[in-house]
Design a protein around this ligand. Structure first.
Ligand code: ADP
Length: 359
């Protein structure tokens, strides 16, 4: 790319365009202010100077006074010198204002550019994240679609497909389609904006946990994993539906990343203003270096995939994080590799007014 093209490209960037708008506003204000300032000052200089010729004049050295009102009056010679001074002052003022405006242009350009970069940075980051999301999502969708296409094409190429093989193929296809549905549901959940539907009310955590357990108990039993529910009757101010979704995601992961025979405990602890609902497992744990990233979309710690042959898209915790934001919760994680993890959901204790309003 030639230099000229590079320059044109740079000038066409949104940052430069926004900086241009900022600069135009700054310069409009600076130039208008200068014009008003110059005109006002010039008017002051051209105020009429009393001349000689009045009767009651008294001379004191070179200066003459009008005795009636005490003001100074000038003879023609003095007036010429003073007019010249005024003209010089006006010129100097003009030059100074031009310099001030040039400095405003230079300084304004730098400031406008910095401000424009600052304003656009979050938008650029959001767009980058969106592009990354779409590209990751397409990648995840492409894999099962390719598998589906290949297995079906291979089967089609066989002149005679035994009924048993056809059944296996269909069963395999159904599994892949289920995964695709699961993935598309997760993507939709991640993108859905359900802020408007969130209803905050005092929620009995025992109810939430028993609702959530309904969806994971079968999978846990299948894997010979025990879930111990130790949650006492405590209340939190949140949305029951969203909290239940978060608990399902955390329990689901606890089951997914635990080996047979292990125990998962779900418990709750109340302090003066907060309630902590915790899911603790004895699973494979999370490496300290992975911990800061696990809530990112599509993030999967490699180890967990290979060790346990688990299937996931790295979307569960991103959804849990989004839901926790909407339900006024915060999720804390602590984990030791090889020993297990605890995910604690921090919630607010409902006030007396909240509880009475709910009745
Ligand atoms: P996935 O579908 O891969 O489980 P998540 O967003 O739910 O996606 O989790 C992101 C990553 O965090 C997982 O891939 C896994 O590496 C790690 N992780 C989450 N929960 C646990 C857990 N209870 N034990 C061990 N690792 C976990």
């Amino acid at each position: 790319m030639s230099r000229r093209q590079q320059l044109l490209r740079f000038l066409g960037t949104p940052t430069v365009k926004l900086a241009g708008t900022y600069l135009a506003i700054i310069m409009l204000m600076s130039v208008s202010f200068s014009i008003i300032f110059y005109n006002t000052s010039a008017q002051q200089f051209s105020r009429p100077i009393p001349g000689v010729g009045q009767s009651e004049l008294r001379q004191n050295g070179n200066v003459m006074f009008n005795d009636q009102n005490g003001s100074i009056v000038f003879n023609d010679e003095l007036r010429r010198v003073i007019d010249e001074r005024f003209a010089q002052t006006r010129r100097a003022l003009k030059i100074r204002l031009v310099w001030i405006n040039l400095s405003a242009l230079v300084l304004g350009s730098v400031i406008s550019y910095i401000l424009a970069r600052r304003s656009l940075q979050p938008i650029e980051e959001a767009m980058e994240a969106q592009t990354q999301f779409v590209s990751d999502a397409s990648h995840e969708l492409r894999t099962p679609l390719t598998v589906l296409q290949t297995t079906n094409e291979v089967a089609l190429r066989r002149p005679k497909l035994p009924a048993a093989d056809a059944r296996d193929l269909i069963a395999h296809n159904v599994e892949e389609v289920k995964k695709l549905r699961h993935l598309s549901n997760m993507l939709l959940e991640l993108l859905k904006n359900n802020d408007a539907e969130v209803i905050f009310a005092p929620v009995n955590l025992q109810d939430v946990v028993s609702d959530a357990l309904g969806s994971v108990v079968a999978v846990a039993q299948d894997k010979d994993i025990t879930i111990e529910d130790q949650v006492p009757k405590v209340y939190a101010l949140t949305s029951k539906e969203l909290l239940a979704r978060i608990v399902v995601i955390l329990l689901d992961n606890a089951v997914k990343y635990s080996e047979a025979g292990k125990v998962i405990t779900i418990s709750a602890k109340q302090t003066e203003k907060k309630v902590f609902l915790s899911v603790t497992d004895q699973g494979i744990g999370i490496r300290a270096s992975d911990l800061p990233h696990i809530f990112r979309r599509f993030y999967r710690a490699d180890k967990s995939r290979s060790v346990n042959d688990t299937h996931g898209y790295g979307l569960g915790l991103a959804i849990a994080d989004k839901l926790s934001e909407q339900s006024g919760a915060k999720i804390h994680v602590s984990s030791t590799l090889g020993k297990g993890s605890t995910f604690a959901i921090e919630l607010s204790v409902p006030s007396k007014e909240d509880k009475s309003a709910d009745r």
